[in-house]
Design a protein around this ligand. Structure first.
Ligand code: ADP
Ligand code: MG
Length: 251
């Protein structure tokens, strides 16, 4: 999102999408996500809970993968490890050219802010901020000027088709619209990887389908690699690959 603002010829949000796509960073490595022997063990008192066990995973650049599995099988745990929000008990994670285990917490935080976009089931928008202010939030950590931040937030909202709701508060939006604002927030930093944890879990079928179409566009047009946890078979069907987490391993 480094370009100057460009109105799309058709006036649709497609123009903004290709505006960003032109500036997507190409990655030469075949896998953008590479996990080797990853383990995660939690302790409940003294009792260990082996959530992930010697898990390997390779995700190609530009992949769009669905992750399914029973509740409590470790899907969110795996997503959080890939996103650098948590650290493994053992094993290595290479994500978007970075060896996550080799980075300090502050390096990891900076890497995360530049590389990962997060989409949650519950949208996680700030109720006291307007749509455009919510989308701008991740940019407050950068050195961008206020006007550039606003411009990028507007571009992101245009991409998700909500430029006209820019000054609405979350409570004035439908669930589907809130999730679109959350997607705009996730892409405003132009991250290489989007992680989505049950992004359609709270939505009716029609809104869910709109969100899935939007995610597909993020993948196809903006070349975002997407890992999506979902319980929804219709959602998984839209991804390129569905992986299942069972007893701490992927099948
Ligand atoms: N911070 C934590 N401390 C202790 N146990 C946890 C923690 N986070 C998750 N767990 C446990 O790890 C297992 C997997 O959780 P989670 O990754 O959230 O599963 P899923 O997303 O597939 O439902 C569950 O048994 C959960 O209780
Ligand atoms: Mg979960």
């Amino acid at each position: 999102m480094n370009s100057s603002p460009q109105a799309s010829p058709s006036g649709s949000d497609r123009g903004a999408a290709s505006d960003i796509a032109e500036h997507a960073r190409p990655t030469t490595a075949e896998s953008i996500i590479s996990l080797r022997g990853v383990r995660k063990t939690y302790f409940r008192g003294k009792e260990p809970i082996h959530v992930l066990q010697d898990l390997d995973l390779e995700v190609p650049v530009g992949g769009y993968e669905a992750l399914m599995g029973p509740s409590g099988s470790g899907k969110s745990t795996l997503l959080n490890l890939i996103a650098g929000l948590d650290r493994p008990s053992a094993g290595s994670l290479l994500v978007a050219g970075a060896d996550l285990g080799a980075m300090s917490d502050s390096q990891l935080a900076r890497w995360r802010a530049n590389t990962i976009g997060f989409i949650f089931q519950a949208y996680n928008l700030m109720p006291v901020l307007t749509a455009v202010e919510n989308v701008e939030l991740p940019l407050l950590l950068t050195k961008l000027s206020a006007s550039e931040r606003k411009r990028r937030a507007q571009t992101a909202l245009r991409i998700v088709g909500l430029e006209d709701r820019m000054h609405h508060y979350p409570r004035q939006l439908s669930g589907g619209q809130e999730q679109r604002v959350a997607i705009a927030r996730a892409i405003v930093n132009d991250p290489q990887v989007l992680v989505a944890d049950e992004p359609t879990g709270d939505l009716d079928r029609q809104s869910a389908d709109e969100i899935l179409t939007l995610l597909e566009r993020m993948n196809r047009e903006l070349h975002k690699t997407i890992i999506m946890v979902t319980h929804d078979p219709a959602a998984a069907e839209r991804a390129h690959i569905t992986r299942r987490l069972n007893k701490g391993q992927l099948i």
